[in-house]
Design a protein around this ligand. Structure first.
Ligand SMILES: [Zn+2]
Length: 223
């Protein structure tokens, strides 16, 4: 067990550097967490520690109520939201939160990013939806994420006037969704400066999403 947790600590610490690499975070904002497979535990970033100082050792191990099980720092102030998602979505193995610029600009408008690019149809399969305005401190952010993404293909939600939360089968998938979310939020914003982006027919969105999610990519080698 402790070996699996050590691996996850390293993975989560490394994935935080991807948020920096793709320009999704400033100062200490943003966080990545991962569920410990088969356990009611999660690994998350410590609160208020700079990205340069994140190590596998200072990642925080919490239970799914957000209580610290192991760690010298306080966990991220968004831990309750991550824990709520893991409690209510057993299919989710990773959660990411950022205030990335373009996606948060859409969140500030309370406006979903429309699905007007094939890359969006691939990764999100729909618009990127808006979740409710919610204050930190109780379950309302977590509940807003879970309720907005229920029955939605998108792994990303823009919490109104706040920023991005993404989910994935593991932490890497959630980080990828956060990177792609910012990328398409930027491109659709630029497109809107040129005029109104053209819609993609729902049938085509469905086909693109199915192919990307089920066919695209490297196949396991034949036995
Ligand atoms: Zn935030």
């Amino acid at each position: 067990m402790s070996e699996a947790i050590d691996l996850l600590r390293r993975r989560v610490a490394d994935l935080h550097q991807e948020l920096v690499r793709y320009g999704l975070v400033v100062w200490t904002a943003g966080n990545v967490s991962a569920r410990v497979p088969g356990e009611d535990l999660l690994v998350i970033k410590p609160s208020g520690v700079s990205y340069d100082e994140l190590t596998p050792q200072n990642m925080i191990l919490c239970d799914l109520d957000g209580n610290v099980v192991e760690g010298e720092h306080l966990p991220s102030s968004d831990t309750a939201a991550h824990a709520y998602v893991y409690r209510h979505r057993p299919d989710v193995g990773g959660v990411v939160h950022t205030h990335s610029t373009y996606a948060s600009a859409w969140a500030a408008r309370g406006e979903p990013v429309p699905c007007v690019l094939t890359a969006m149809a691939d990764e999100f399969g729909a618009e990127i939806p808006i979740g409710p305005f919610a204050l930190i401190g109780d379950d309302s952010i977590g509940r807003g994420i879970v309720e907005t993404l229920a029955g939605h293909r998108s792994p990303a939600v823009l919490m109104k006037s706040h920023g991005v939360f993404t989910i994935g089968k593991d932490a890497e998938a959630a980080v990828k969704a956060a990177v792609m979310c910012e990328d398409v939020a930027r491109t659709v914003h630029v497109s809107r400066q040129l005029g109104e982006p053209l819609p993609i027919a729902q049938d085509d969105i469905d086909r693109l999403n199915f192919r990307y999610q089920n066919v695209y990519g490297q196949r396991p080698a034949a036995q």
